[in-house]
Design a protein around this ligand. Structure first.
Ligand code: GLN
Length: 478
Protein backbone atom coordinates (compact mmCIF):
# COMPACT_ATOMS: atom_id res chain seq x y z
CA UNK A 1 0.00 0.00 0.00
CA UNK A 2 2.91 2.36 0.59
CA UNK A 3 3.95 2.04 -3.04
CA UNK A 4 0.84 3.89 -4.20
CA UNK A 5 1.18 7.54 -5.15
CA UNK A 6 -1.06 9.91 -3.21
CA UNK A 7 -3.41 10.18 -6.20
CA UNK A 8 -3.62 6.39 -6.53
CA UNK A 9 -4.28 6.08 -2.80
CA UNK A 10 -6.96 8.76 -3.03
CA UNK A 11 -8.67 6.93 -5.89
CA UNK A 12 -8.47 3.61 -4.03
CA UNK A 13 -10.01 5.23 -0.92
CA UNK A 14 -12.81 6.78 -2.97
CA UNK A 15 -13.53 3.36 -4.51
CA UNK A 16 -13.67 1.80 -1.05
CA UNK A 17 -10.64 -0.40 -1.79
CA UNK A 18 -8.32 1.20 0.72
CA UNK A 19 -9.06 2.03 4.35
CA UNK A 20 -7.84 5.58 4.96
CA UNK A 21 -7.22 4.94 8.66
CA UNK A 22 -5.08 1.84 8.02
CA UNK A 23 -3.21 3.64 5.28
CA UNK A 24 -2.42 6.61 7.56
CA UNK A 25 -1.35 4.17 10.28
CA UNK A 26 1.05 2.41 7.91
CA UNK A 27 2.64 5.75 6.99
CA UNK A 28 3.01 6.70 10.68
CA UNK A 29 4.97 3.48 11.15
CA UNK A 30 7.11 4.23 8.11
CA UNK A 31 7.79 7.76 9.39
CA UNK A 32 8.83 6.33 12.77
CA UNK A 33 11.72 4.63 10.96
CA UNK A 34 13.30 8.02 10.15
CA UNK A 35 17.06 7.50 10.13
CA UNK A 36 17.77 10.63 8.03
CA UNK A 37 17.14 13.21 10.81
CA UNK A 38 14.38 14.42 8.51
CA UNK A 39 11.57 14.83 11.05
CA UNK A 40 11.82 17.27 13.96
CA UNK A 41 8.41 16.22 15.36
CA UNK A 42 6.28 13.21 14.50
CA UNK A 43 2.57 12.72 15.06
CA UNK A 44 3.11 9.17 16.23
CA UNK A 45 -0.19 8.10 17.65
CA UNK A 46 -2.27 10.38 15.46
CA UNK A 47 -2.77 12.72 18.39
CA UNK A 48 -1.65 16.08 17.09
CA UNK A 49 -4.07 17.99 19.33
CA UNK A 50 -5.51 20.94 17.43
CA UNK A 51 -4.10 19.69 14.13
CA UNK A 52 -5.55 16.18 14.45
CA UNK A 53 -7.69 14.88 11.58
CA UNK A 54 -10.70 12.88 12.77
CA UNK A 55 -11.54 11.09 9.54
CA UNK A 56 -8.62 10.81 7.14
CA UNK A 57 -9.71 10.86 3.52
CA UNK A 58 -6.50 11.60 1.68
CA UNK A 59 -2.82 10.65 2.05
CA UNK A 60 -1.09 11.87 5.23
CA UNK A 61 1.46 14.60 4.72
CA UNK A 62 4.79 15.87 6.07
CA UNK A 63 4.96 19.61 6.71
CA UNK A 64 8.11 21.75 6.71
CA UNK A 65 8.70 23.11 10.20
CA UNK A 66 8.28 26.67 8.92
CA UNK A 67 4.47 26.35 9.03
CA UNK A 68 2.76 27.29 12.29
CA UNK A 69 0.77 24.42 13.78
CA UNK A 70 -1.45 25.15 16.75
CA UNK A 71 -0.05 23.69 19.97
CA UNK A 72 2.60 21.71 18.07
CA UNK A 73 6.32 22.67 18.20
CA UNK A 74 7.33 24.94 15.32
CA UNK A 75 11.02 25.90 15.13
CA UNK A 76 11.80 26.98 11.54
CA UNK A 77 15.04 25.05 12.16
CA UNK A 78 16.16 27.70 14.67
CA UNK A 79 17.22 27.50 18.30
CA UNK A 80 15.54 30.85 18.88
CA UNK A 81 12.14 29.17 18.40
CA UNK A 82 12.97 26.25 20.68
CA UNK A 83 9.87 25.47 22.71
CA UNK A 84 7.56 27.67 20.62
CA UNK A 85 4.05 26.28 20.18
CA UNK A 86 2.04 28.61 17.97
CA UNK A 87 -1.48 29.63 19.01
CA UNK A 88 -2.78 29.13 15.45
CA UNK A 89 -2.32 27.04 12.31
CA UNK A 90 -1.04 28.26 8.93
CA UNK A 91 -3.71 28.49 6.22
CA UNK A 92 -1.89 25.99 3.96
CA UNK A 93 -1.86 23.40 6.75
CA UNK A 94 -5.46 24.20 7.70
CA UNK A 95 -6.50 23.48 4.11
CA UNK A 96 -4.76 20.10 4.28
CA UNK A 97 -6.50 19.27 7.53
CA UNK A 98 -9.86 20.27 6.05
CA UNK A 99 -9.14 18.08 3.02
CA UNK A 100 -8.68 15.15 5.42
CA UNK A 101 -4.87 14.82 5.24
CA UNK A 102 -3.40 13.75 8.61
CA UNK A 103 -0.19 15.64 9.48
CA UNK A 104 2.55 12.98 9.71
CA UNK A 105 5.13 15.31 11.18
CA UNK A 106 7.16 18.50 10.88
CA UNK A 107 10.31 18.32 8.78
CA UNK A 108 13.83 19.57 9.38
CA UNK A 109 15.07 22.58 7.39
CA UNK A 110 17.78 25.19 7.12
CA UNK A 111 17.33 27.83 9.82
CA UNK A 112 14.61 30.26 8.68
CA UNK A 113 14.88 28.63 5.22
CA UNK A 114 18.32 30.14 4.61
CA UNK A 115 20.45 27.56 2.88
CA UNK A 116 20.79 25.01 0.11
CA UNK A 117 21.98 21.95 2.00
CA UNK A 118 20.05 21.73 5.27
CA UNK A 119 23.35 22.09 7.11
CA UNK A 120 22.16 25.41 8.60
CA UNK A 121 19.56 23.67 10.77
CA UNK A 122 20.09 24.12 14.51
CA UNK A 123 18.92 20.50 14.83
CA UNK A 124 21.61 18.87 12.69
CA UNK A 125 21.72 18.16 8.98
CA UNK A 126 19.35 15.88 7.08
CA UNK A 127 20.93 12.99 5.19
CA UNK A 128 20.23 12.34 1.53
CA UNK A 129 18.30 9.05 1.17
CA UNK A 130 20.35 8.15 -1.94
CA UNK A 131 23.69 8.51 -0.18
CA UNK A 132 23.87 9.28 3.51
CA UNK A 133 27.22 11.03 3.18
CA UNK A 134 25.58 13.71 1.04
CA UNK A 135 23.19 16.62 1.58
CA UNK A 136 19.51 16.45 0.56
CA UNK A 137 19.58 20.07 -0.63
CA UNK A 138 17.76 22.87 1.11
CA UNK A 139 16.13 24.61 2.59
CA UNK A 140 13.20 22.14 2.39
CA UNK A 141 15.67 19.24 2.75
CA UNK A 142 13.62 17.38 5.34
CA UNK A 143 10.48 17.49 3.18
CA UNK A 144 12.43 16.28 0.12
CA UNK A 145 14.23 13.52 2.05
CA UNK A 146 11.04 12.06 3.59
CA UNK A 147 9.38 11.78 0.18
CA UNK A 148 12.51 10.50 -1.59
CA UNK A 149 13.34 8.19 1.31
CA UNK A 150 9.90 6.57 1.65
CA UNK A 151 9.10 8.22 5.01
CA UNK A 152 6.05 10.14 3.71
CA UNK A 153 3.87 9.91 0.59
CA UNK A 154 4.09 13.67 -0.03
CA UNK A 155 5.10 16.89 1.70
CA UNK A 156 4.93 20.65 1.59
CA UNK A 157 7.83 23.07 1.69
CA UNK A 158 8.62 26.68 0.89
CA UNK A 159 10.67 28.21 -1.89
CA UNK A 160 12.21 31.68 -1.66
CA UNK A 161 15.02 31.23 -4.18
CA UNK A 162 14.90 27.50 -4.94
CA UNK A 163 14.20 25.76 -1.65
CA UNK A 164 11.53 23.41 -3.05
CA UNK A 165 13.00 22.78 -6.50
CA UNK A 166 16.66 22.23 -5.56
CA UNK A 167 16.11 19.66 -2.76
CA UNK A 168 13.49 17.92 -4.94
CA UNK A 169 16.15 17.61 -7.66
CA UNK A 170 18.79 16.30 -5.25
CA UNK A 171 16.39 13.71 -3.78
CA UNK A 172 14.91 12.49 -7.09
CA UNK A 173 11.35 13.78 -6.63
CA UNK A 174 9.02 16.46 -8.05
CA UNK A 175 9.03 19.96 -6.53
CA UNK A 176 6.78 22.81 -7.62
CA UNK A 177 7.10 26.48 -6.75
CA UNK A 178 3.77 28.04 -7.71
CA UNK A 179 3.23 31.61 -8.89
CA UNK A 180 3.75 34.13 -6.08
CA UNK A 181 0.30 34.62 -4.55
CA UNK A 182 -1.16 31.24 -5.55
CA UNK A 183 -1.04 29.92 -1.96
CA UNK A 184 -1.56 31.82 1.28
CA UNK A 185 1.54 32.69 3.30
CA UNK A 186 -0.47 33.19 6.49
CA UNK A 187 1.24 31.30 9.30
CA UNK A 188 4.29 30.52 7.17
CA UNK A 189 7.22 31.95 9.14
CA UNK A 190 8.58 34.82 7.02
CA UNK A 191 12.06 34.83 5.47
CA UNK A 192 11.78 37.21 2.47
CA UNK A 193 8.10 38.05 2.16
CA UNK A 194 8.15 39.22 -1.47
CA UNK A 195 9.65 35.87 -2.55
CA UNK A 196 8.42 33.20 -0.11
CA UNK A 197 5.94 30.74 -1.57
CA UNK A 198 4.56 27.41 -0.34
CA UNK A 199 4.46 24.41 -2.66
CA UNK A 200 4.32 20.61 -3.09
CA UNK A 201 7.14 18.04 -2.91
CA UNK A 202 5.79 14.78 -4.35
CA UNK A 203 6.67 11.48 -6.00
CA UNK A 204 5.18 12.52 -9.34
CA UNK A 205 3.52 15.34 -11.27
CA UNK A 206 -0.07 14.18 -10.71
CA UNK A 207 0.47 14.25 -6.94
CA UNK A 208 1.83 17.79 -7.28
CA UNK A 209 -1.34 18.81 -9.16
CA UNK A 210 -3.62 17.30 -6.51
CA UNK A 211 -1.69 18.94 -3.69
CA UNK A 212 -1.66 22.32 -5.43
CA UNK A 213 -5.44 22.05 -5.89
CA UNK A 214 -5.84 21.63 -2.12
CA UNK A 215 -3.38 24.37 -1.15
CA UNK A 216 -4.15 27.16 -3.61
CA UNK A 217 -6.67 29.92 -3.11
CA UNK A 218 -7.07 33.48 -1.91
CA UNK A 219 -7.01 33.98 1.86
CA UNK A 220 -8.33 37.07 3.66
CA UNK A 221 -5.43 36.66 6.13
CA UNK A 222 -2.80 37.19 3.37
CA UNK A 223 -3.49 40.22 1.20
CA UNK A 224 -0.89 39.07 -1.38
CA UNK A 225 -2.73 35.78 -1.98
CA UNK A 226 -5.00 35.63 -4.99
CA UNK A 227 -5.18 31.90 -5.77
CA UNK A 228 -5.30 30.42 -9.26
CA UNK A 229 -8.10 31.26 -11.68
CA UNK A 230 -9.11 27.61 -11.68
CA UNK A 231 -8.21 24.79 -9.34
CA UNK A 232 -5.71 22.57 -11.18
CA UNK A 233 -6.98 19.36 -12.75
CA UNK A 234 -4.99 16.14 -12.78
CA UNK A 235 -2.85 16.26 -15.92
CA UNK A 236 -3.19 13.61 -18.62
CA UNK A 237 -1.47 15.20 -21.60
CA UNK A 238 0.54 12.71 -23.67
CA UNK A 239 2.49 14.85 -26.12
CA UNK A 240 4.07 18.29 -26.39
CA UNK A 241 2.84 19.14 -29.90
CA UNK A 242 2.54 22.86 -30.54
CA UNK A 243 4.44 23.81 -27.38
CA UNK A 244 7.60 25.89 -27.57
CA UNK A 245 10.44 25.40 -25.05
CA UNK A 246 13.24 27.93 -24.69
CA UNK A 247 16.74 27.25 -23.42
CA UNK A 248 18.16 30.46 -21.90
CA UNK A 249 21.69 30.40 -23.27
CA UNK A 250 22.88 33.17 -20.91
CA UNK A 251 22.28 30.74 -18.04
CA UNK A 252 23.13 27.38 -19.59
CA UNK A 253 26.46 28.56 -21.03
CA UNK A 254 27.73 28.75 -17.44
CA UNK A 255 29.69 25.84 -16.12
CA UNK A 256 27.84 22.98 -14.56
CA UNK A 257 28.62 19.30 -14.07
CA UNK A 258 29.15 17.24 -17.21
CA UNK A 259 26.76 14.55 -15.93
CA UNK A 260 24.02 17.12 -15.31
CA UNK A 261 24.57 18.56 -18.79
CA UNK A 262 24.24 15.10 -20.32
CA UNK A 263 20.89 14.45 -18.61
CA UNK A 264 19.73 17.98 -19.51
CA UNK A 265 20.53 17.46 -23.18
CA UNK A 266 18.93 14.01 -23.26
CA UNK A 267 15.77 15.57 -21.80
CA UNK A 268 15.73 18.25 -24.52
CA UNK A 269 15.77 15.43 -27.07
CA UNK A 270 12.78 13.83 -25.34
CA UNK A 271 10.89 17.14 -25.63
CA UNK A 272 11.49 17.10 -29.36
CA UNK A 273 10.52 13.44 -29.64
CA UNK A 274 7.18 14.34 -28.01
CA UNK A 275 6.57 16.98 -30.67
CA UNK A 276 7.71 20.01 -28.67
CA UNK A 277 9.67 22.77 -30.38
CA UNK A 278 13.01 23.86 -28.98
CA UNK A 279 14.58 27.28 -29.30
CA UNK A 280 17.11 29.54 -27.67
CA UNK A 281 16.21 32.68 -25.80
CA UNK A 282 18.19 35.42 -24.18
CA UNK A 283 17.42 36.42 -20.59
CA UNK A 284 20.16 39.05 -20.50
CA UNK A 285 19.74 39.97 -16.82
CA UNK A 286 19.05 36.52 -15.37
CA UNK A 287 22.70 35.81 -14.61
CA UNK A 288 22.61 38.75 -12.17
CA UNK A 289 19.80 37.02 -10.30
CA UNK A 290 22.08 35.68 -7.57
CA UNK A 291 23.58 39.12 -6.90
CA UNK A 292 20.15 40.78 -6.70
CA UNK A 293 18.64 37.95 -4.67
CA UNK A 294 21.40 38.01 -2.05
CA UNK A 295 20.70 41.70 -1.44
CA UNK A 296 16.87 41.60 -1.54
CA UNK A 297 16.34 38.38 0.46
CA UNK A 298 18.70 39.35 3.33
CA UNK A 299 17.22 42.88 3.38
CA UNK A 300 13.72 41.50 3.88
CA UNK A 301 15.01 38.87 6.31
CA UNK A 302 16.75 41.47 8.48
CA UNK A 303 13.42 43.21 8.88
CA UNK A 304 11.33 40.05 9.36
CA UNK A 305 13.71 38.61 11.95
CA UNK A 306 13.60 41.72 14.15
CA UNK A 307 10.61 40.16 15.93
CA UNK A 308 12.73 37.48 17.66
CA UNK A 309 13.60 39.42 20.76
CA UNK A 310 13.24 36.89 23.57
CA UNK A 311 9.93 38.44 24.59
CA UNK A 312 7.32 37.11 22.23
CA UNK A 313 8.45 33.72 20.94
CA UNK A 314 10.53 30.72 21.96
CA UNK A 315 13.75 30.97 23.91
CA UNK A 316 15.06 33.78 26.11
CA UNK A 317 18.64 34.21 27.36
CA UNK A 318 20.13 36.78 29.73
CA UNK A 319 16.94 37.32 31.70
CA UNK A 320 19.09 38.40 34.67
CA UNK A 321 20.38 41.48 32.84
CA UNK A 322 18.58 44.57 31.62
CA UNK A 323 16.26 44.60 28.62
CA UNK A 324 18.88 45.45 25.97
CA UNK A 325 21.26 42.81 27.34
CA UNK A 326 18.44 40.27 27.20
CA UNK A 327 17.71 41.10 23.54
CA UNK A 328 21.39 40.84 22.65
CA UNK A 329 22.03 37.61 24.48
CA UNK A 330 18.88 35.97 23.12
CA UNK A 331 19.75 36.85 19.53
CA UNK A 332 23.44 36.00 19.95
CA UNK A 333 22.63 32.54 21.31
CA UNK A 334 19.44 31.89 19.38
CA UNK A 335 20.54 32.60 15.80
CA UNK A 336 23.05 30.52 13.84
CA UNK A 337 25.96 31.86 11.77
CA UNK A 338 24.16 32.04 8.41
CA UNK A 339 21.18 33.89 9.86
CA UNK A 340 23.50 36.41 11.52
CA UNK A 341 25.36 36.85 8.24
CA UNK A 342 22.09 37.62 6.42
CA UNK A 343 20.90 40.05 9.10
CA UNK A 344 24.20 41.95 8.80
CA UNK A 345 24.07 41.93 4.98
CA UNK A 346 20.45 43.05 5.02
CA UNK A 347 20.75 45.87 7.53
CA UNK A 348 23.84 47.12 5.68
CA UNK A 349 22.07 47.09 2.30
CA UNK A 350 19.11 48.97 3.78
CA UNK A 351 21.04 51.58 5.75
CA UNK A 352 20.86 55.20 4.62
CA UNK A 353 23.71 56.00 2.28
CA UNK A 354 23.82 52.42 0.95
CA UNK A 355 20.13 51.89 0.23
CA UNK A 356 20.21 53.27 -3.33
CA UNK A 357 23.50 51.61 -4.22
CA UNK A 358 22.49 48.12 -3.03
CA UNK A 359 18.83 47.61 -2.27
CA UNK A 360 17.53 50.08 -4.88
CA UNK A 361 19.87 48.69 -7.52
CA UNK A 362 18.88 45.09 -6.75
CA UNK A 363 15.20 46.01 -7.13
CA UNK A 364 15.93 47.45 -10.57
CA UNK A 365 17.70 44.23 -11.58
CA UNK A 366 14.70 42.27 -10.31
CA UNK A 367 12.37 44.34 -12.54
CA UNK A 368 14.64 43.72 -15.53
CA UNK A 369 14.68 39.96 -14.92
CA UNK A 370 10.87 39.87 -14.75
CA UNK A 371 10.75 41.83 -18.01
CA UNK A 372 13.22 39.36 -19.63
CA UNK A 373 10.84 36.49 -18.85
CA UNK A 374 7.82 38.42 -20.15
CA UNK A 375 9.64 38.97 -23.45
CA UNK A 376 10.65 35.29 -23.63
CA UNK A 377 7.06 34.19 -23.05
CA UNK A 378 5.85 36.25 -26.02
CA UNK A 379 7.57 33.68 -28.19
CA UNK A 380 7.77 30.58 -25.99
CA UNK A 381 5.48 28.65 -23.65
CA UNK A 382 8.22 27.50 -21.28
CA UNK A 383 11.80 28.22 -20.25
CA UNK A 384 13.87 25.14 -19.31
CA UNK A 385 17.14 24.71 -17.41
CA UNK A 386 18.79 22.15 -15.16
CA UNK A 387 17.43 22.68 -11.62
CA UNK A 388 20.82 22.58 -9.95
CA UNK A 389 24.37 22.83 -11.31
CA UNK A 390 25.36 19.55 -9.62
CA UNK A 391 23.94 16.41 -8.10
CA UNK A 392 23.86 16.11 -4.29
CA UNK A 393 27.21 17.17 -2.81
CA UNK A 394 28.98 15.82 0.26
CA UNK A 395 28.09 16.90 3.79
CA UNK A 396 30.49 19.67 4.81
CA UNK A 397 31.78 20.18 1.27
CA UNK A 398 30.52 23.77 0.89
CA UNK A 399 29.88 24.94 4.44
CA UNK A 400 33.11 26.95 4.65
CA UNK A 401 32.38 28.86 1.45
CA UNK A 402 29.06 30.76 1.49
CA UNK A 403 29.50 31.97 -2.11
CA UNK A 404 29.89 28.42 -3.42
CA UNK A 405 26.75 27.53 -1.48
CA UNK A 406 24.82 30.50 -2.93
CA UNK A 407 25.68 29.39 -6.49
CA UNK A 408 23.48 26.30 -6.04
CA UNK A 409 20.58 28.68 -6.66
CA UNK A 410 21.90 29.99 -9.97
CA UNK A 411 19.14 28.38 -12.07
CA UNK A 412 16.25 28.74 -9.59
CA UNK A 413 16.57 32.32 -8.29
CA UNK A 414 15.57 34.15 -11.52
CA UNK A 415 12.06 32.59 -11.47
CA UNK A 416 11.63 33.52 -7.82
CA UNK A 417 12.57 37.14 -8.53
CA UNK A 418 10.08 37.16 -11.42
CA UNK A 419 7.34 35.55 -9.28
CA UNK A 420 6.61 32.90 -11.92
CA UNK A 421 5.87 29.19 -11.42
CA UNK A 422 8.60 26.59 -11.95
CA UNK A 423 8.78 22.85 -11.41
CA UNK A 424 11.65 20.40 -11.03
CA UNK A 425 11.09 16.85 -12.25
CA UNK A 426 13.57 13.98 -11.95
CA UNK A 427 15.17 13.50 -15.37
CA UNK A 428 17.75 10.80 -14.83
CA UNK A 429 20.75 9.67 -12.81
CA UNK A 430 24.31 10.85 -13.08
CA UNK A 431 27.61 9.99 -11.51
CA UNK A 432 28.85 12.77 -9.20
CA UNK A 433 32.08 14.57 -10.20
CA UNK A 434 34.76 12.69 -8.33
CA UNK A 435 32.92 9.38 -8.71
CA UNK A 436 30.47 7.40 -6.62
CA UNK A 437 27.02 5.87 -7.05
CA UNK A 438 24.72 7.59 -9.52
CA UNK A 439 22.43 10.32 -8.14
CA UNK A 440 19.27 12.05 -9.38
CA UNK A 441 19.31 15.08 -11.69
CA UNK A 442 16.43 17.54 -11.87
CA UNK A 443 15.02 19.28 -14.96
CA UNK A 444 13.41 22.69 -14.38
CA UNK A 445 10.48 24.03 -16.40
CA UNK A 446 9.25 27.60 -15.85
CA UNK A 447 6.00 29.10 -17.15
CA UNK A 448 4.26 32.49 -17.19
CA UNK A 449 2.51 33.64 -14.01
CA UNK A 450 -0.64 31.63 -13.24
CA UNK A 451 0.01 29.15 -16.08
CA UNK A 452 0.25 26.26 -13.58
CA UNK A 453 -2.17 24.02 -15.48
CA UNK A 454 -0.15 24.19 -18.69
CA UNK A 455 3.04 23.67 -16.70
CA UNK A 456 1.65 20.55 -14.99
CA UNK A 457 0.27 19.17 -18.28
CA UNK A 458 3.60 19.55 -20.10
CA UNK A 459 5.59 18.22 -17.12
CA UNK A 460 3.34 15.18 -16.94
CA UNK A 461 3.84 14.35 -20.63
CA UNK A 462 7.59 14.74 -20.26
CA UNK A 463 7.63 12.73 -17.02
CA UNK A 464 5.93 9.80 -18.80
CA UNK A 465 8.50 9.93 -21.60
CA UNK A 466 11.42 10.08 -19.16
CA UNK A 467 9.99 7.15 -17.15
CA UNK A 468 12.18 7.86 -14.11
CA UNK A 469 11.46 5.03 -11.68
CA UNK A 470 14.68 4.78 -9.69
CA UNK A 471 14.40 4.83 -5.90
CA UNK A 472 17.16 4.87 -3.30
CA UNK A 473 18.35 1.47 -2.14
CA UNK A 474 16.18 0.02 0.59
CA UNK A 475 13.17 2.20 -0.24
CA UNK A 476 10.02 0.35 -1.31
CA UNK A 477 9.78 0.09 -5.06
CA UNK A 478 13.56 0.58 -5.34
N1 GLN B 1 19.28 28.76 -0.97
C1 GLN B 1 18.61 30.02 -1.02
C2 GLN B 1 18.93 30.81 0.22
O1 GLN B 1 19.68 30.35 0.99
C3 GLN B 1 17.15 29.83 -1.20
C4 GLN B 1 16.46 29.47 0.06
C5 GLN B 1 15.00 29.36 -0.10
O2 GLN B 1 14.48 29.26 -1.21
N2 GLN B 1 14.32 29.44 1.02
O3 GLN B 1 18.42 31.88 0.45
Amino acid sequence: MLELTAVEAHEAMAAGELDAGEYAEAWSKAAAGDDLNAYLWRNEDGDGGAIAVDRPSIAPIAVKDIFCTEGVPTTAGSRILDGYRPPYTATAVQRLIEAGAPILGKTNMDEFAMGSSNENSAYGPVLNPWDRTRVPGGSSGGSAAVVGGGLAPWAIGTDTGGSIRQPAALCGIVGLKPTYGAISRYGMIAFASSLDQCGPLTRDVRDAALLLAILQGADPCDSTSVGLRQAPQLPDREDLKGLRFAVPSDLTEHVFDAGVRQVFEATLEKIEALGGELGEVSLPHAEHGISAYYVIAPAEASSNLARYDGVRYGMRAGADGDLIQMYEKTRAEGFGAEVKRRIMLGTYALSSGYYDAYYGQAQKVRTKIAADFRTAFEEFDFVVTPTSPSVAFGLGEKTADPLAMYLNDFFTVPMSLAGIPAISIPAGLSEPEGGGPRLPVGFQIAAPAFAEQGLLDASYALEQAIGFDARPQGVRGG
